[in-house]
Design a binder for this molecule. Structure first.
Ligand SMILES: Cc1ncc(COP(=O)(O)O)c(C=O)c1O
Length: 414
């Protein structure tokens, strides 16, 4: 969605500083997945301020990476504290620091007992290392992943990603068996997994529980129970990718807790500020040095902020709040669906919601118009809008966002 889109030119011409930065950036860097011409300066609570001084209500949490919104006083304190230490970023898998130990202890306190951890920089790298752990144990056999899955863009993780063609074309593949991501318990393909594991030797099964990039699709309980059963019966590690869904986003610390399963390996990133792999101790690689990197686990500020984020989510009872806020939003979005026939579906879990439209073109126009009206949302799948507000969002702020949403929907209701 380029800023020089004709219908929007007038509005964006006023955003002089933003435009000059974007125009210059476009000559310098690859145009990756920028959504709209928002150049972030700072933020407060659930609002982001751009470099032209405009305030936007954020229903994206920077793609689930800022669960506490912006300028949380306790996080600001940490940033100040680290300004004076002189070694804020270290080679954190080669040298030790206390934050590494503290974050590990904190994260394990809310994860499976009998697990160990490995920290890395990003979500894709968490996935890379999760699949390396599985390959190391079981050899380079095919991994099972789902249609419309997103597990990141590094080449290993990308082999198991399947949400959009543009992400995949001309890149080499790892051995993969692809299954349908079933969203209903009576899907005819819900038992395909049994056939695949009967006929093939498999290294691991990897899946999200709510597909983020793939369209905010919520997995059926029976589908996930089936994967879990197969994993336990055939001793195939089940990797649950919680990069987007983790740390309370869907109304529990981990989305797998909605499904009553015990994954062998979990991948985490975004809200945690660093990437992490939590794995059952029996999957620990037998020798040191199988996994490492320079910065992985090495940004001490990020680890301290990740740790504090977990504390604040507990202390401020944000998971309870997510459940209430999610119910409020979904109820109101459903009412909008009943009134506006361009909305095909409303779905999601907790504060990870999707609104599916009749057509991609309508969805894209709506995202842009919402941006012009100071509400930030992001696309997902082919024709869905993804709503991921900060976990701290108030009813008042949700109401404000919903009013903006309805104002734009009215423009389409001819
Ligand atoms: C489920 C899931 N896995 C992996 C990733 C990749 O994370 P990153 O972009 O930090 O590499 C993402 C990113 O959106 C994600 O949603």
């Amino acid at each position: 969605m380029p800023p020089n889109n004709k219908t929007n030119q007038g509005y964006f011409m006023k955003k002089k500083k933003s435009l000059s930065i974007i125009n210059k950036l476009n000559t310098l860097v690859y145009n990756s997945t920028f959504v709209y011409p928002l150049v972030i300066k700072g933020g407060q609570g659930c609002y982001i301020e751009d470099v032209d001084g405009e305030q936007y209500l954020d229903f994206t949490s920077n793609i689930a990476s800022c669960p506490l919104g912006y300028s949380h006083p306790e996080l600001n304190e940490i940033i100040k504290r680290y300004a004076g230490i002189g070694a804020h970023k270290i080679a954190g898998q080669d040298f030790y620091c206390e934050e590494h130990c503290q974050l590990a202890e904190k994260l394990l306190s809310i994860s499976n007992s009998n697990s160990k951890l490995f920290f890395i920089n990003s979500g894709a790298e968490a996935v890379e290392n999760a699949i390396k752990i599985a390959y190391r144990r079981n050899g380079p056999l095919p991994g099972i992943s789902c249609i419309n899955a997103f597990h990141g863009r590094t080449l290993g993780a990308l082999a198991f990603t399947f949400s959009k063609e543009v992400q995949k074309t001309n890149f080499p593949e790892f051995p993969t068996k692809r299954i349908k991501f079933c969203i209903t318990n009576n899907d005819p393909e819900i038992n395909t997994i049994h056939k695949i594991v009967n006929e093939n030797k498999i290294s691991f099964i990897i899946t999200e529980l709510v597909q983020g990039e793939g369209g905010v699709n919520v997995a059926s309980k029976k589908f996930i129970t089936n994967l879990n059963k197969v994993s336990k019966k055939y001793d195939i590690p089940l990797i649950i990718d919680e990069v987007q869904t983790g740390l309370g986003r869907t109304g529990k610390w981990w989305t797998y807790q909605h499904y009553n399963i015990k994954p062998d390996i979990i991948t985490i990133a975004k809200a945690l500020q660093v990437g992490a792999v939590v794995f059952d101790k029996k999957f620990e690689p037998p020798k040191p040095g199988v996994l490492s990197s320079t910065w992985g686990g090495g940004s001490r500020i990020d680890m301290a902020i990740g740790m504090k984020t977990i504390d604040i989510i507990s202390k401020e009872k944000l998971i309870e709040k997510v459940n209430k806020s999610g119910d409020f939003l979904i109820k109101n979005l459903m009412e909008l669906k009943n009134r506006y026939n361009i909305i095909m579906d409303v779905r999601g879990l907790g504060l990870m919601l999707g609104v599916e439209f009749l057509k991609k073109e309508i969805r894209d126009k709506i995202i842009y118009k919402l941006f012009k009206n100071k509400l930030l949302v992001i696309p997902s799948g082919v024709k869905t809008i993804r709503i991921l507000p900060p976990l701290i969002i108030t009813e008042n702020e949700m109401g404000k966002g919903l009013n903006i949403f309805e104002k734009i929907l009215k423009e389409f209701n001819h």
